[in-house]
Design a protein around this ligand. Structure first.
Ligand code: PD2
Ligand code: ZN
Length: 257
C-alpha cells in the first residue's frame, strides 16, 4: 500500500485495491492516511554535526543550528549582500501573486494561505542564480539537476504563508503528474534575501522553532517521508512591518525536468 502510494497511485486506486482485497471501507481509509510512505534518501552534509562551517565550493558557510529528526540546519552567510540584492532586482519586474500547487489537478491555483508575490527563475537562468545553485549542490552533496528553479517571494505587511508541508501528498489525484518531473521533493532551502522590520519568521509548529529571517542566512530541512510524521510542517509568520524577501530551493529525488 505504501509502495503504491509512493509510486504516486491516486488514493482512490489504492483504496479500491484494498476494498477488493476485503478491507472494510472505514478501516481502509484510516489505514491509508496513517501509513507513511517508505523513506527516501535525503541530502545531508557529511560534516554537519562536527564542523562549524561547511565547504560550499566558492565560500565557507557557517552553521549556527543543527537538528536531527527532523533534520534541519540554520546556515549563516549562505549568500552575500550583493547576491541578495541581485536576486531581488532580477525578480522584481516578474513578480505575480503567488500560486500554490493544486493537488487535485496538478495545476496551480490562487490560495488565501499564501498572500505573498512570487516568481520562478529557471535553473541556471543567470550567473547569480547559477552560482547559488552550484553552491547549494556542493554544500549538500545533492545533484544540481535535482533542484527546481529558484523561487523568489516578497511579503509585504500583513502577508504570510500559512503552515504547510513542501512534499506532495501521495494520495492526491494530481500528484502523479507532479512526480513525473523528478519524483518527490525531499528537502527545502529557504534563503532570506531581505529582513522585514518586524515579523516574518519561518515557524516549525511541531518543533516549537522559529527561524529569524536574517539577510544572507538560510534554513535547510529534509523530509524523506512524504507524511506528517516528518514533522516538517512550517509556515511564514505574518510580516508586521517592512518587506521580507526569500528565495526557496526545492530539491527532488531525481533530475527535475
Ligand atoms: O517565507 C517563509 O518563511 C516560508 C515559510 C514556509 C517559505 C516557505 N514555506 C516555502 O517557500 O516553502
Ligand atoms: Zn514551505
Amino acid at each position: 500500500m505504501a509502495a503504491q502510494a509512493a509510486e504516486g497511485h491516486g488514493r482512490e486506486v489504492v483504496l479500491q485495491a484494498m476494498l477488493a482485497a476485503g478491507w472494510s471501507h472505514q478501516v481502509a481509509s484510516e489505514a491509508l492516511s496513517e501509513t507513511p510512505p517508505p523513506a527516501l534518501p535525503v541530502p545531508w552534509p557529511a560534516s554537519a554535526e562536527s564542523s562549524l562551517r561547511l565547504d560550499a565550493g566558492d565560500r565557507r558557510v557557517d552553521i549556527s543550528t543543527v537538528m536531527r529528526g527532523p533534520d534541519l540546519l540554520v546556515l549563516e552567510n549562505l549568500l552575500d549582500e550583493q547576491e541578495c540584492l541581485a536576486l531581488i532586482d532580477a525578480a522584481k519586474p516578474r513578480l505575480q501573486r503567488s500560486l500554490t500547487v493544486a493537488l487535485e489537478t496538478g495545476g496551480e491555483e490562487l490560495h488565501d494561505d499564501r498572500t505573498s508575490d512570487g516568481m520562478f527563475f529557471t535553473r541556471g537562468e543567470n550567473t547569480v542564480v547559477a552560482r547559488i545553485e552550484a553552491r547549494i549542490a556542493r554544500l549538500l552533496g545533492w545533484p544540481l539537476e535535482n533542484g527546481e528553479g529558484l523561487q523568489v517571494l516578497r511579503y509585504g505587511p500583513g502577508t504570510e504563508y500559512k503552515p504547510h508541508y513542501d512534499y506532495f501528498d501521495p494520495f492526491e489525484p494530481g500528484t502523479p503528474s507532479i512526480l513525473a518531473r523528478g519524483g518527490q521533493r525531499v528537502a527545502t532551502v529557504i534563503m532570506y534575501l531581505q529582513e522585514p522590520a518586524e515579523g516574518g519568521a519561518t515557524v516549525f509548529p511541531d518543533l516549537r522553532l522559529q527561524v529569524v529571517p536574517r539577510r544572507g542566512s538560510a534554513v535547510f530541512f529534509s523530509y524523506g517521508m512524504a507524511h506528517p510524521s516528518s514533522q516538517t510542517l512550517h509556515g511564514g509568520m505574518p510580516v508586521l512591518a517592512g518587506e521580507k524577501w526569500i528565495a526557496t530551493k526545492w530539491l527532488r529525488e531525481r533530475e527535475f525536468v
